[in-house]
Structure formats: C-alpha cells, structure tokens
Design a protein around this ligand. Structure first.
Ligand code: HEM
Length: 408
C-alpha cells in the first residue's frame, strides 16, 4: 500500500501544528526512496508543482555534501513561504542570506561570520553565559509557583547569547526577540507581524549599531562585520543587515525549541533527568538536539538530472531534507525512539548535513543547552509539568510556544 495517506502534504503549515509526523516519516524510510509530494502550483511560493521528500539519513548527507549538484540558491533553503511574502521577498533573501547562497559567494561571506564563532570566541562567552543561565533560573524560582518555561527560561539564554555576541545593548534585546519571532512564525496567527517589515526593522537597527561601532570598535561581531574585507571592499549595507537578520533569527528560535523539547523529554524520562543531575554527560546536548530537531527540513534544488536512492531526480526539482526523519533513522541509530543522553556516537543532522552550510552556531547552541540544564539541575531540580504545551503552527519548525511548569 501507499507509504503515507493520500493527500498528505509534508509542506503543509499544519504539518507540525499538533505533532511531529514520525509515523509518516517511518513509513517513507521503510521504502528507502525519495517520495514525490505533489502540490498545486504556486501554493508554497515556488513555481513548480511538488518536491521530493528525503527521509533517509544517508540521502540527506549525500545531498548536503554536494553543492555543485544541489543548489541552496536556486529556490532558497526554506521549504515553504506563505501569502505574507511578496514574490520578490524570496529573491531578496536568496541574494543576501548566507543560508541560501552557493559557492563561491557562500564561502567568501561565511569566512567573515565564522570569525565570530571560533572556539576561542565561544569559550570566551562561557562564564558570562553561565552567570546568565543561573540568573534566569534563579529569577524564575524566586517568582515561584507556576510559569511558562518557554518565555521565562528557554527563550532567555539564546537571546542574551546572540545579543552578547552581536553586541546588541540590553535595552534593545526585547525588540530583537519580537522581530525574530515575526520572521519565522509567519504561519502562526499569533505572530501577526509582517516578516518583510520585521526584516526591514532589523536592517535599520543594524545600520544604527554599525554606525556606533565605526566610531568605537568593540569585541563583538558587529565590529568584525564593520571591519570586514571582501575582495578589497567592505560589506554593503544589505550584506551587513542580512547577516544580522540571519544571526538573530537562526540563533534564537532554534535553541529555544531545543531547550524546551529537552525539558519535556526529561519530564517524560525521569531516569534521564536523574542521570543528568548525577553525571552531566557532555553527550546530552546533542541528544537533546536530535530529539528536538528544531528545524524540520531545509531544501536544495537539483542543478542537473541525477539519481537518489534509485529514483530519478530531474534538473530543477526541489529536494526537502527532513532532518526530523533522518534523526530517527533505524539504519543509523540504535533504538532511535529512546531519549538517551549518553548516546555516543550521535551523528544526528539537527544542525544540518555535514556540508558547507553546517550550522555555524552549533558549538554555541551546545554550550547554551548545557548551561541552562546545569542551572536547572542545580537550582530547581524538581521542576514539573503543569499543563499541556502549545505548539507553533509551521511547516518547518518544531516549535513550542508555551509550556506550563511548576517551579520548585
Ligand atoms: C545553519 C540548525 C543554532 C546560526 C543551520 C542549519 C541547521 C541549523 C539545520 C543548516 C542549514 C542548511 O544546511 O541549509 C540549528 C539548530 C540550532 C541552531 C537546531 C539550535 C539547537 C544556531 C545558533 C546560531 C546559528 C545559536 C548563531 C548564533 C546559523 C547560521 C547558519 C545555520 C548562520 C547558516 C550557515 C550557512 O548557510 O553557511 N542551523 N541552528 N544556529 N545556523 Fe544554526
């Protein structure tokens, strides 16, 4: 019989609204082949009439490794836009966002940002972020009673970390947070901002920051970007602004959801919480990212006719790499359905495949996840669920908007 029910659309904005479609992914993986997801023309902001669902870990690795054959730029990396995006918006993003670029431009620009993410820079943030994490948890504990884990705990550290790295002053961090929500939550009626307006706000704001740093350099990413040299010239205002957008957006929502799903997994697996409290295994952060898979899928476009898993792929067709399927692939993980914070090795694809676009913030995200659970384990180990989580409506983010908890 068919692997998934007729009419099932993996790019529907309701895909993740109630649950992650783990059973449907498992059915696709059993076929071992890409699956063609038909779509009425134009419904996702792309000109074609469907896309390939890639469910196998090995196939995603194959695709993300080969930038010649599989372009991030042709249709961008995001699998679905909605009616809030003007048709030109995709082109603007393709031109300016690192996430959507191909070599050689990609490598040139990535080199500039990656200077802001060297092990030295990230280690240098350790003590400040540990203090932050402890303060966040202590504040929640002081308020006592019940609260929302997402806004009061999970969202705070990623926001502070990225703001610290970028050099965004404390008083502006709230605005950064709401712009970033508006840019990614466009399918959820609760985030009713216009993504293009939010983008414009971040760019405008970045210009102000840049102006300040031109006069007074500091040890932050904004200063590095202001001083950057690309082929003998500085970054254009657009290049600069879109870097800031990417960092603000990519570093916030993803890490927040990893932390929230991690907490939920610990609630469901008290033995793992015991283990965490006792041993703080370094492997925990990666298992949390595997389990959460905050980014459900990114896509590539085939540049030439080719073949994946015995299926012919035509030039111009899109391939959506479902990390949330790959991370539960039975051919790669023992007992993938078990949350196991000691799992090692753990070759999950939560940070993307091992290609040029591999998440630049992976070490920072791991550090944040470790520090926040350390603070929770130290200061309120008896935290408990106090209601059902509310999920984000999105085709490609595994988001939690609210998680009621009891602080103790
Ligand atoms: C790229 C996930 C945290 C910045 C990516 C990609 C994924 C991802 C899947 C690959 C995109 C592709 O192959 O097309 C995550 C997850 C995170 C996280 C799950 C948290 C648990 C962060 C943080 C930052 C960040 C904290 C920055 C502060 C970026 C950037 C890229 C990227 C700039 C684009 C890299 C490129 O295109 O060359 N991320 N990310 N991410 N991530 Fe992350």
């Amino acid at each position: 019989g068919p692997a998934v029910p007729a009419g099932f659309d993996f790019s529907s904005p309701d895909l993740m609204a109630d649950r992650v479609p783990l059973a449907e992914f498992a059915a696709l993986r059993r076929t071992g082949r890409p699956w063609w997801n038909p779509q009425p023309r134009g419904t996702t902001g792309f000109a074609d009439d469907g896309f390939w669902v890639i469910s196998k870990h090995a196939h995603i690795k194959e695709i993300s490794r080969d930038h010649e054959l599989f372009s991030a730029n042709a249709n961008g990396s995001v699998i679905r836009f909605n009616e809030r995006f003007a048709p030109e918006e995709l082109d603007v993003q393709r031109e300016h966002l690192l996430l959507h670029m191909d070599p050689p431009t990609h490598a040139k620009l990535r080199r500039i940002v990656s200077r802001g993410f060297t092990p030295r820079v990230i280690n240098g943030l350790h003590d400040a972020l540990r203090d932050r994490a402890e303060r966040i948890v202590a504040d929640a504990r002081r308020r006592g009673g019940a609260g929302d884990f997402v806004t009061e705990i999970a969202a705070e550290l990623p926001l502070q970390a990225i703001a610290e790295l970028m050099g965004v002053p404390q008083e502006d961090r709230g605005r950064l947070f709401s712009w970033s929500n508006q840019m990614l939550g466009y399918d959820d009626p609760e985030y009713d901002g216009d993504p293009a307006c939010a983008a414009a706000e971040i760019i405008g704001y970045s210009m102000e920051l840049a102006e300040r740093r031109r006069g007074c350099p500091a040890h932050d990413l904004v200063t590095k970007l202001v001083e950057a040299d690309v082929d003998g010239r500085g970054l254009t205002d657009d290049e600069f602004g879109y870097f800031m957008i990417l960092l603000a957006v990519a570093g916030n929502e993803t890490t927040r959801n990893a932390i929230t799903h991690g907490m939920m997994a610990f609630f469901d697996n008290p033995d793992q919480w015991e283990l965490y409290r006792a041993e703080r295994p370094e492997t925990a952060a990666d298992e949390i990212v595997r389990w959460a898979t905050p980014v459900t899928a990114f896509q590539r476009t085939a540049v030439r006719d080719t073949e994946i898993g015995g299926v012919e792929i035509a030039a111009g067709q899109r391939l959506a790499m479902y990390y949330s399927s790959a991370n539960f692939d039975e051919d790669v993980f023992d007992a993938p359905g078990r949350f196991d914070i000691a799992r090692s090795p753990n070759p999950h694809l939560g940070f993307g495949g091992t290609g040029a676009h591999y998440c630049i913030g992976a070490s920072l995200a791991r550090l944040e996840i470790g520090l926040i659970f350390d603070a929770i384990a130290d200061r309120m180990p008896d935290i408990a669920p106090a209601g059902e989580p509310r999920r984000l409506r999105s085709a490609w983010l595994n988001g939690i908007k609210e998680l009621p908890v009891r602080y103790s």
